[in-house]
Design a protein around this ligand. Structure first.
Ligand code: ATP
Ligand code: MG
Length: 348
């Protein structure tokens, strides 16, 4: 029997490019995944300054811990650019030491090309939605007339009507995506918005599920669009309600302040995202086979789900320049959907 692997062996085996940095901002260790990313051997990486390798952090100084920044454009030695999420955590060796992990995004064009494609897809979807609705109302009207004419066919015509209504609802929801009006972002009290979303849930779909609040009362105002934020939280609470036990399930709405999180959008200055809002539930989480795709449209594990809730959340969160993630974490393990939102006046 061999014993458990050492920390060094685990560090070396990790698939995520990881660097140990000392208090003088120099690389002390780099794993093989790093060698692949930088296209440089460990022996060349060790001893180099971290800002020479990935550029400075958002404050101009090398990245210190704790730190997390999403969608950073890193210029690697040799001039190659990659988009990556950068995380730093303190290392309990000496003051200033930290471990840095780099999570490159799947390769795609840096710049506007992807947005352009998305825009034309959005326009096509808007047109399609509009064009489908007209014949649908004609079909519905015809079914209604037939319904009156003959008792025998009534169940069939009712089926036609119900299914037509279902398609119409689906299209209504899809129109949420194709709405390209800019958001109206003003200072918002996030707790008032959560209270409203909670009311909608309690009056509508929450049943016997307990919804608990765990708020940081000193939180500053969020910069956001009220309607969009309510829509986001109603969708997240609805998913949580659908995931937990109908009698004993518990949902927690939690807020807190986290400094150090930033996101860079295109060439703008990085935006600080210090306001954390979590919707937590004690359900079993999403099935493994879809867990990595929950934010994509039409991904659902529910019989009557459309798979559009989280896709809409993702779109609205993107419009806010904010971040949303799905995690299973904690002890006992629970499902956590975490939003990181901008505060008023929040340039990093
Ligand atoms: N809190 C959660 N716990 C477990 N699984 C979740 C949770 N939230 C989302 N999911 C999973 O993600 C899938 C997609 O969620 P999404 O809200 O996009 O669609 P849906 O809930 O299936 O349908 P819709 O919201 O359109 O009615 C769900 O079907 C479910 O499998
Ligand atoms: Mg949903």
């Amino acid at each position: 029997m061999t014993g458990p692997p050492t920390g060094a062996a685990l560090f070396a085996a990790g698939p995520t490019p990881s660097l140990a940095i000392d208090g003088d901002d120099r690389v002390r260790e780099a794993n093989p995944a790093c060698e692949t990313l930088f296209n440089l051997s460990r022996h060349i990486l060790v001893g180099r300054r971290i800002d020479d390798l990935i550029g400075p952090g958002p404050t101009g100084a090398p990245v210190a811990a704790p730190y997390a920044a999403y969608d950073q454009v890193l210029t690697l030695p040799g001039g190659r650019r990659v988009v990556a999420d950068v995380m730093a955590a303190p290392l309990a060796i000496e003051a200033g030491w930290r471990v840095l992990t780099l999570h490159p995004r799947s390769p795609g064009p840096i710049g506007g090309r992807r947005d352009g494609g998305q825009r034309s897809a959005t326009a096509a979807a808007a047109m399609l939605a509009h064009e489908i609705k007209n014949p649908l109302s004609a079909i519905r009207g015809a079914a209604q007339l037939l319904d009156r004419a003959d008792d025998e066919t009534a169940p069939l015509t009712r089926l036609i009507r119900d299914e037509v209504d279902r398609i119409a609802r689906l299209i209504d929801r899809m129109e949420g995506f194709t709405d390209s009006r800019p958001l109206v972002r003003t200072p918002q009290n996030i707790h008032a918005i959560l209270a409203h979303a909670r009311d909608v849930a309690v009056q509508g779909f929450a049943g016997n599920v307990t919804i608990r609040e765990s708020y940081d009362p000193s939180l500053p105002p969020v910069l956001g669009d009220r309607d969009a934020l309510v829509q986001i939280f109603v969708n997240l609470i609805k998913n949580a309600v659908e995931a937990v036990d109908a009698q004993s399930g518990e949902i927690v709405l939690r807020t807190g302040y986290r400094s150090g999180l930033t996101k860079r959008i295109h060439a703008d200055a990085p935006l600080a995202l210090p306001i954390e809002v979590c919707v937590i539930d004690d359900g079993p989480g999403a099935p493994d086979d879809i867990a990595d795709h929950l934010f994509e449209p039409f991904v659902t594990s529910k019989r009557s789900g459309s798979g559009l809730g989280l896709a809409l959340v993702d779109k609205l969160i993107g419009d806010h320049g904010a971040v949303v993630e799905y995690r299973r974490e904690g002890n006992p393990v629970r499902t956590v959907v975490r939003l990181l939102l901008p505060r008023v006046g929040g340039r990093a």
